[in-house]
Write a protein that binds this ligand. Structure first.
Ligand SMILES: Nc1nc2c(c(=O)[nH]1)N[C@H]1C(S)=C(S)[C@@H](COP(=O)(O)O)O[C@H]1N2
Ligand SMILES: [Mo]
Length: 337
């Protein structure tokens, strides 16, 4: 994985002051939505309106998405005393190697991705395998807004308001067999529309692949996202369906998913396959286990500029230790990085 610290100066001074939206933490799976916190959102017009967030570009959402949005559970999970990253940064500083290796490439080239129609295959060790149109795949579930920290292994981070639903809901519905121990995910392979899949960055054996242990995948914080900032996902952020696992390094949160397979053995993953000494299967955010080429103790919170680097301490499990640490009881996190 490339690290381009010199690019930190990309953020213009005008972007350094975020549209600060401070939120209070809600109980993890608590159903109650605090009117108080909602009232504190500046620029809010209506529950289903994109203008919940400042400077958010409207997209071209399909009709089913608008219906889902109207019934969404806003702020189902939030972060405490941290500003949401401006939409501009979250959509113009991306890793999505299918569209090129530079942070600006996914925004510049993502347009060519065709997200309609889209289908998702669920197969492997499940009682009910199937191929679903995205709309049908999402239909049974209420969208929840999950405001999560995202910590890239390259030591930058953001706070992003996702819209999605727990991965566990889908997994339960397809009925994993007793042999299922891991979940494997695959991104679309479409070299005609994904320039990075046909260019020089051919080190990657496409499609991009990721995986989770089944108990990690069933954890209520792990979600499949179809939107962010009160709208559908922009292509550069992994439209139309991506994984978000907030306690793990960003590369686990695979974009533009077309296949979810329940499997018996630990699946191979893209970055682990490329550089197994540097990127592990677990990839839990851990400030005490350094990457072989850089420290993981701290991170640059975007927007981050030359004169305002906005560096902060990285938290164990990215701040989600209370919720997820028990998944790793007895596991040597230094060996299982
Ligand atoms: N298919 C695919 N998924 C991917 C990547 C990628 O290159 N291809 N990059 C990963 C990395 S390294 C990070 S940090 C996050 C970035 O998500 P964001 O661009 O929405 O912030 O996506 C992850 N998911
Ligand atoms: Mo990343």
């Amino acid at each position: 994985m490339l690290i381009k610290l010199s690019r930190s100066s990309e953020c213009k001074a005008s972007e350094i002051t975020p549209e600060s939206i401070y939120l209070s933490r809600r109980a993890l799976m608590g159903g109650s939505l605090a009117a108080l916190a909602l009232g504190a959102l500046p620029g809010r017009v209506g529950a289903a309106e994109v203008s919940r967030y400042a400077d958010v570009q409207a997209g071209h959402a399909p009709a089913w998405f608008a219906d889902k949005l109207a019934a969404a559970h806003w702020q189902a999970v939030t972060v405490k005393d941290e500003a949401i990253t401006p939409f501009k940064d979250a959509t113009h500083y991306n890793n999505f190697y299918e569209f090129g290796p530079d942070k600006g490439d996914p925004a510049a080239n993502g347009e060519s991705l065709k997200t309609e129609p889209w289908s998702v295959v669920v197969d492997g060790e499940v009682g009910k395998p199937g191929r679903y149109a995205l709309e049908d795949f999402v239909k049974p579930y209420q969208l929840e807004e999950r405001i999560y920290r995202l910590r890239c292994v390259e030591a930058w981070s953001m706070v992003i308001p996702w819209l999605g639903f727990p991965l566990a809901q889908i997994l339960k519905q397809v009925e994993p067999t007793s042999r299922a121990r891991y979940v494997r995910f695959e991104t679309l392979k479409d070299p005609e529309r994904m320039p990075g899949q046909r260019s020089g960055f051919a080190l990657i054996d496409w499609p991009y692949r990721e995986g989770l242990r089944l108990d990690e995948a069933m954890h209520p914080l792990a979600i499949l996202a179809v939107g962010m900032y009160g709208r559908e996902l922009p292509n550069q952020n992994g439209a139309p369906l991506r994984l978000v696992v907030p306690w793990k390094y960003g590369f686990k949160s695979i974009k533009s998913i077309v296949r979810i397979s329940l499997v018996a053995e630990q699946p191979g993953t893209t970055w682990q396959g490329l550089a197994p000494d540097e990127y592990g299967f677990y990839a839990n955010v851990n400030p005490t286990v350094d990457h072989p080429r850089w420290s993981q103790a701290r991170e640059r919170r975007l927007p981050s500029g030359l004169f305002s680097p906005n560096v902060r301490e990285t938290q164990m499990f990215n701040g989600y230790a209370d919720e997820v640490a028990s998944l790793y009881a007895g596991l040597d996190l230094r060996k299982n990085y």
